[in-house]
Design a protein around this ligand. Structure first.
Ligand SMILES: Nc1ncnc2c1ncn2[C@@H]1O[C@H](COP(=O)(O)OP(=O)(O)OP(=O)(O)O)[C@@H](O)[C@H]1O
Ligand SMILES: [Mg+2]
Length: 314
């Protein structure tokens, strides 16, 4: 494998803040021209890792290469070639869409015809044609996100870092944002490193890494992770009283009357992870019937990435 294969290579990358280890010896590679998803709960170390890759934060240990350049020794070469949309990115509310893009373009060193050409590209890509004179403050959520992405790619970067770019955005806008990401990868050959809390977005990545407590606990394609990480099968149950069903099932599990590895509530449904599905289904039916909870016949389902993630953390 050569440097042409990978856009990002890290080796035992670590970050300590005082005695606290925020990122603990993280090693992963990101292939060029792919979307790599970086997942983990709040405080897991996602933003800290990204800031080290961007050259904004000095690692306490380990190495990172971006597009073949060492982040610690060639930060300027790296900076020119990457785009970044920060977790709490901000546009200038009092500037129009066009003025915002002009401002960001100039900070990347673009001038004249090249600057105008790239702004036109960003406006088209973000579907902002006709909104050039709209003040930032009047842009709705989905447009703001696309405009921020447009600003991050003005200098035609080869690699884009997106830190929770769709947090708090409605599902339709999230979907159109991801279509844009795919367009950038397929048409322009860029590489995308993205963090998200949305499992439907994680499913769209070619490769995922789960980080938890500063350590990578699992890595692979969404499909591979479901096969390799999921110990046991997932049974989905829809009871008429989910909280009461949860209480009964947990009690039975603690007492040994129900053999399951995990019980979790997802909205109105309960997911149970079991080694022996038939036995668990029989036992849970007994527990719920005795407890007076009605339920639809439970199904063995394909695990979601959320199930896989919980299984990996355990
Ligand atoms: N400058 C800092 N000084 C001290 N601790 C920090 C600093 N930056 C981050 N941390 C801590 O490091 C840990 C990882 O933080 P980080 O922001 O990387 O998490 P995250 O995975 O991005 O979380 P979120 O999903 O909430 O954005 C947290 O416990 C955080 O409080
Ligand atoms: Mg973060």
């Amino acid at each position: 494998m050569t440097e042409d294969t990978f856009a990002i290579q890290t080796e035992k990358l670590s970050k300590r803040f005082g005695h606290f280890v925020a990122v603990n010896s993280v090693t992963f590679n990101v292939r060029r021209g792919t979307i790599f998803g970086f997942l983990g709960p709040n405080g897991a170390g996602k933003t800290t890792t990204m800031r080290m890759l961007l050259g904004l934060l000095r690692p306490s240990g380990g190495k990172a290469k971006i597009l073949g350049y060492d982040v610690a020794h060639q930060p300027r070469a790296v900076k020119k070639r990457i785009g970044y949309m920060s977790q709490r990115f901000s546009l200038y509310d009092d500037l129009t869409v066009e003025e915002n893009l002009l401002f960001f373009g100039r900070t990347y060193g673009l001038r004249g015809a090249r600057l105008r050409e790239r702004i036109q590209y960003a406006l088209r890509m973000a579907d902002l044609i006709g909104r050039e004179q709209t003040p930032g403050r009047e842009l709705a959520g989905g447009f703001r996100q696309r405009m921020a992405l447009g600003a991050a790619i003005l200098h035609d970067p080869e690699l884009i870092f997106l830190d929770e770019p769709t947090a708090g955005v409605d599902p339709v806008s999230r979907r159109s944002f991801w279509e844009l990401l795919y367009q950038l990868v397929n048409d322009e050959g860029v590489t995308i490193f993205v963090t998200t809390h949305y499992m439907d977005e994680a499913e769209q990545c070619q490769e995922l890494a789960f980080i938890h407590g500063g350590q990578i606990v699992a890595q692979g394609s969404p499909a591979d992770l479901k096969v390799t990480l999921m110990r046991g099968v997932v049974i989905e149950l829809t009871p008429d009283d989910p909280p009461e069903a949860m209480r009964l099932l947990k009690e039975a599990s603690a007492a040994g009357a129900l053999r399951v590895d995990d019980i979790a509530l997802y909205g109105a449904q309960i997911h149970l992870v079991a080694q022996d599905a038939a036995q668990a289904q029989q036992q849970l039916a007994e527990v719920l019937t005795t407890g007076g909870v009605q339920f639809d016949p439970p199904d063995v389902i394909r695990p979601s990435l959320e199930d896989v993630f919980l299984s990996a953390i355990r």
